[in-house]
Design a protein. Sequence first.
Length: 272
Amino acid sequence: MNILEKIVARKRVEIALAKQLKSIADLEKEELFSRTSTSLTDVLRSTSSPRIISEFKRKSPSKGVINGAVTPEVVTADYVAAGAAALSVLTDIDFFGGSFDDFLRARKANPQIPMLRKDFIVDEYQLFEAKSIGADIILLIAACLEPSEVKSLSEKAKDLGLEVLLEVHNAEELAQSLCDTVDIVGVNNRNLKTFETSIQTSIDLSAQIPDSFVKISESGLSDAETIIELFSYGYKGFLIGETFMKTTNPGAALVALQNNLSQLANRNPHVI
């Protein structure tokens, strides 16, 4: 099995165990389940400049431990103070070192900002989990779902008041999986087979994403010049994790990037 197949196989085991411990009815009783979601789509549609979706990620399968010395409440609060449009918090334990506790601590520190539950959603049960921990957006990865699953999961997410981010890696996934109940299309610049990244993926797919969907670019983003270039192709949001998390102060790294974006915009006002 490749790494994605291993993650999904493990995820199905996790879900089966979780269902034994807590029913959907139990999840619906959680305090945050009744929380009104905050729309990332609205934030990104209203922007006239690139917006950063900042991620809290302890480790990854390709990099190992990225940063084990920081806490979610501090990092995410710093992200928000630095102007992040939204937060992404990993909840996968085995492969990314995340947890519901990380998410809940970030949610408590930042009650209003849109938050993405970053995980591998393969079962409707996980949507109820996401709602119960205060998520606003869920991620559906086309590479590990059938188009029919994307449709059914996105429909249920909408019923629960959650926004849907569909992640694609190529034109085939985009064509097969895009449906009306998706809100945001995220183009992942990382090749899941080689783990190499290229922003050309976002450039190539930009014209194939209808304007009715908000576009964001993910992975391999580290400098203001690249973000400005992709913004010119219609991308409104930029999901960045490792670039920030590999530093001792992720929030300060976001501040530095925001400053670089502002400087570029001031020198070249026609690009934004």
